[in-house]
Design a protein. Sequence first.
Length: 90
Amino acid sequence: MNKQTAKQAIPKFKNEAQERAYWETHDSTVHLDWSQAQKVRLPNLRPTTKTISLRLPQHLLDGIKVAANARDVPYQSLIKVWLQEKLHSH
């Protein structure tokens, strides 16, 4: 192994607190051989969501529901899509 791929052994830790303290002050790259890395796919991984309460005028909610029904999608999903599109357009 050359200097770039030589890896250091991970020390043994007495407890989780000691391990946490170690990783807060040390770079993990000296312990890894990236030439052995493999891509991983996580098809069932979903982003964390947060429930919010949003007050909308009834006519606005009705309009959103009509638009969602025309697209055959749940109205809350349509709201999320529209918010994401608006965020990316700015």
